[in-house]
Design a binder for this molecule. Structure first.
Ligand SMILES: [Zn+2]
Length: 497
């Protein structure tokens, strides 16, 4: 297994990847809050995580991936302020929160499938993990890391060991950055303390999704309420992957609040390290600006398709920038990706045709058999193949440098290796790139029966002689045999009806 180096946000440097258990990777990826169609910026995050998974699998690791769905508790600000995004969406779409979740999970799953991402092994929903969440909140109360007010159960960040270890921020910066100064609960002890359970009281008195709990508030019966967003990921990660995991990934915006809080709760509740390697992907901008619904730049995959682009062209576009770099989306840029992807497809399709027309054995000339030693060309070719493979692996093992790896594919295409070797290499690399090149068949040619061919020629002659009646008659005969004629640019093309 080759050595993989990855940039760990915890510590802010490239490190050699050492999994907890040899050959196995436990990975958690923060999934979407399913209240709206995810924009292509979120899709970029999904493809970046997919490249991490595919790279590790290509290099021989067994990866267990959990990606959650947040379907309750994510408020309109990432803090404890505002209303539940799910419930706001429910009112907007005149649906229940459950139907909202179903609708947007379906759209999301279709989108990431069209982008050819490998499906997650576990796809838990927060609302299906309530028992585990309540258990974790209770542990935090029992261990005195949390306290109750009448409005919520809060995590006490002053008790956490090294609360800002991930962001490296000073506490004042953290409070300011995350806007935590804005407190609606006067009983909250520290402005950065965050809710791990909201009671169905105060601004959340009308919450649509709530569960009974063992926690105490004078304002509700049976401790009714719902979990905070951050604790959901901690509980789901523990349920499906265990207390300590290898990799946790998400967008850079999660560093100061969401992931900082996940670490604090998980390490306090479990009494051990939560995550060995934190990976964060940068944002996608549109015309060098933050994507925004108000500016009409919050594009979804459906917008991309409506403009006539293939989802795979978008994937190709994403492959061109490193996950830790910002990438700027423009329609011209996507157009260039579509062209590059078309070229790649055309090349694969030509290879397939070439091989078919030469028969299955064409790649093994006589000299390949044992009687003759390998020719000089063959020795040179196997060395070249070896070099390309090494180059590709060097790129992907260096903090998932996929843009570099993609360039190797184009080098191979330009090389003078035999078609069969090019094909083998490119299909092998596509296990990481995920462009679906194994699904490209040679261009389909329709078989036209001889009788039809004859009629087509006769009709052509009739047209040349301006015998329109006979030409029409022949067209009808062709039609009766199950074929159609299309006359374009003075030429006739035959097609099956
Ligand atoms: Zn999360």
């Amino acid at each position: 297994m080759s050595v993989v180096k990855l940039y760990n946000t915890l510590g802010r440097k490239k490190e050699e990847f050492q999994p907890l258990k040899k050959g196995r990777v436990l990975m958690y990826h923060c999934g979407p809050t399913v209240y709206w169609t995810q924009h292509i910026g979120n899709m970029r995050g999904m493809v970046m995580a997919d490249l991490v998974v595919r790279t590790l699998e290509y290099l021989g690791y067994k990866v267990k991936l959990t990606r959650n769905y947040t379907d309750v508790g994510h408020l309109t600000s990432d803090e404890d302020e505002g209303e539940d995004k799910m419930e706001k969406a429910a009112r907007r779409d005149s649906l229940g929160p459950e139907q909202i979740a179903k609708k947007y999970i379906q759209i999301f799953e279709n989108d990431i499938e069209e982008l050819n991402t490998r499906p997650a092994d576990f796809k838990p929903r927060a609302t299906e993990t309530i028992l585990e969440i309540i258990k974790m909140v209770k542990t935090l109360l029992d261990k005195d890391y949390a306290y109750e007010t009448d409005l919520a159960v809060y995590f006490d960040i002053t008790k956490a060991k090294n609360y800002t270890q991930l962001s490296g921020q000073k506490m004042e910066e953290n409070i300011q950055d995350a806007g935590k100064g804005d407190v609606s609960d006067p009983k909250k002890k520290h402005p950065a303390d965050f809710a791990i359970w909201f009671f169905r009281a105060g601004t959340h008195a009308k919450a649509m999704q709530y569960w009974p709990s063992p926690f105490k508030s004078k304002l509700v019966k049976n401790g009714e309420g719902f979990p905070g967003w951050h604790i959901e990921c901690s509980a789901m990660s523990k349920k499906f992957l265990g207390e300590t995991i290898d990799i946790h990934m998400g967008g850079v915006e999660h560093i100061p609040v969401h992931h900082t809080n996940e670490i604090a709760q998980s390490e306090a509740a479990n009494g051990m390290k939560f995550v060995k390697y934190w990976l964060h992907n940068e944002h996608l901008t549109v015309n060098n600006k933050k994507m925004a619904k108000s500016e009409g730049t919050s594009y979804a995959l459906s917008d991309i398709k409506e403009k006539g682009f293939e989802p795979m062209a978008l994937r190709y576009f994403f492959l061109q920038a490193h996950y830790r770099s910002k990438q700027n989306f423009t329609w011209e840029g996507l157009g260039a990706s579509q062209i590059a992807y078309e070229k790649l497809k055309a090349f694969m399709s030509r290879i397939n045709e070439e091989q078919n027309s030469h028969g299955p054995n064409f790649q093994f000339p006589i000299s390949n058999f044992q009687l003759n030693p390998k020719s000089q060309t063959q020795r040179r070719n196997s060395k070249l193949i070896d070099n390309y493979q090494k180059e590709f692996i060097t790129y992907i093992s260096d903090d998932f440098n996929v843009p570099g790896a993609l360039a190797v594919v184009w080098e191979i295409i330009k090389s003078d290796l035999p078609y069969s070797d090019k094909k083998k290499l490119i299909l092998d690399f596509d296990q990481v790139l995920g462009l679906g090149l194994d699904k490209i068949k040679k261009g389909k040619k329709e078989v036209i029966p001889a009788a039809v061919e004859k009629l087509v020629v006769e009709r052509e002659l009739a047209r040349q002689n301006k015998d329109w009646a006979r030409a029409d008659d022949l067209r009808n005969k062709i039609y009766d045999l199950g074929f159609m004629l299309e006359d374009t640019d003075g030429k006739s093309v035959v097609k099956k009806k």
